[in-house]
Design a binder for this molecule. Structure first.
Ligand SMILES: Nc1nc2c(ncn2[C@@H]2O[C@H](COP(=O)(O)OP(=O)(O)OP(=O)(O)O)[C@@H](O)[C@H]2O)c(=O)[nH]1
Length: 389
């Protein structure tokens, strides 16, 4: 029995020993291989922030730094030339009239004896230059008389007398000043009227430049609402010299634009409000309705100071008929004769004044922005006749 117990114990010891040897080996085989690289915790990549955080304010007091002045970018403004002496400067623009009228006249006047047909020739020259039949007859009659009575002989003398007669026909005593100065605490109001294409919008812009050139301030009212381009056109003129333009919707009520323009002019304190009107000459009643309303509405602010009629010199005597309609509709206070540079018929100035009884106050002598001059009878006639001034 003792032997059996000892054998069992021996067996148990042997089994335990064998298991103890085998199991650790198996365990070692089951384990995953150790990582090849020793693990370092991954470093997260740093993404730069979109908005840099301002550093926390430092509580150190620093002397105040003056901010640099803000330079506002303004468009370069043009500085129109003053009106004085413009006509003399632009006299060469009357070359076409001068060669047609002046040279012809001086040629006849230089003849030794002025016979009947010479006087007829002089008469013809004046009529061709659009002086008008009536005015021509008066001028020639007076000149003839002077030559006869004074026994004038030299060309220079006859030229001088002719100049005097032409200046006389232009009634140099007429008031040609433009009423554009502010008064009674409000701006002067100028209406610019005339048929389409006469140069009305352009002239309105040029007048604005004349006034600015002479030291005033202006505001434009684009009351020609029938032609969209007219409002753009006048606005461009204004922008070039820093003048504001009040405009309305295309096809809108011209009277309402004119009213708003004058109101704005009063509010901003400009010297003159220039209103460009539409000149559709469909019929007299239509024109009267349109311009009459503009005038009535504007006059709610106070009377219109100046109504300038723009006439195209190249339309000659025909233009005079159209002009007459305007004078019947509105109280025209002055005429602006445009495009005198494009015609040989500069004598139209005399006819216009005589027929309408209204002074020519300004003349257009080109398409340039400053090609508008105050009308001076003596300087104009001298340029027209040419020769020795
Ligand atoms: N040569 C010359 N051209 C001029 C003169 N005045 C105006 N013009 C030209 O005449 C054309 C007509 O001028 P606008 O001012 O548009 O005429 P408008 O009367 O206002 O015409 P609407 O706006 O249609 O009523 C333009 O080409 C001007 O440049 C001038 O004194 N001499």
């Amino acid at each position: 029995m003792e032997y059996v117990v000892a054998a069992v114990i021996l067996l148990v010891v042997l089994i335990v020993g064998a298991v103890g040897l085998v199991v650790p080996k198996m365990r070692r085989r089951d384990l995953p291989p150790p990582p090849a690289v020793p693990t370092v915790p991954p470093v997260e990549e740093e993404i730069p922030p979109l908005i840099e955080q301002a550093a926390p304010p430092v509580a150190v007091e620093e002397p105040p730094v003056e901010a640099p002045p803000v330079v506002e970018e303004k468009p370069l403004l043009e500085k129109p030339e003053p009106s004085a002496g413009r006509l003399v400067r632009l006299r060469a623009r009357l070359a076409r009239s001068q060669s047609a009228l002046g040279r012809g006249l001086l040629n006849v006047l230089s003849r030794d004896h002025l016979e009947e047909e010479d006087w007829e020739e002089i008469e013809e020259s004046l009529i061709t230059a659009d002086v008008g039949i009536e005015a021509t007859q008066v001028i020639v009659e007076r000149l003839r008389e002077r030559v006869r009575v004074l026994g004038t002989r030299t060309v220079a003398e006859v030229r001088e007398q002719l100049v005097e007669e032409l200046v006389g026909a232009l009634e140099p005593g007429m008031d040609r000043s433009l009423r554009t100065a502010p008064h009674d605490g409000r701006p002067a109001v100028v209406l610019v009227v005339g048929v389409n294409g006469a140069g009305k919008t352009t002239t309105c812009g040029k007048i604005g430049r004349v006034l600015i050139g002479d030291g005033g301030s202006v505001l434009f009212g684009a009351a020609d609402t029938f032609r969209a381009a007219a409002a753009d056109q006048i606005q461009t003129w204004g922008e070039r010299v820093g003048a504001e333009t009040v405009r309305g919707p295309e096809g809108g009520d011209p009277a309402s634009v004119a009213f708003d323009a004058v109101k704005r002019g009063i509010d901003t304190g400009v010297d003159t409000v220039l209103i460009d009107t539409a000149g559709r000459l469909q019929n007299k009643v239509g024109l009267m309705d349109e311009l009459g309303k503009v005038k009535r509405v504007v006059e709610k602010h106070g009377p219109v100071d100046e109504t300038l009629l723009v006439l195209d010199a190249t339309t000659g005597q025909n233009g005079l008929e159209q002009a007459r309609v305007f004078t019947e509709v509105v109280d025209v206070t002055g005429v602006v004769l445009t495009k005198l540079d494009g015609t040989a018929k500069g004598g139209i100035v005399i006819a216009v004044q005589r027929k309408l009884g209204i002074p020519v106050k300004l003349v257009g002598l080109g398409e340039g922005p400053d090609d508008l001059a105050p009308f001076e009878p003596k300087a104009f006639v001298e340029a027209l006749v040419g020769g020795d001034a």
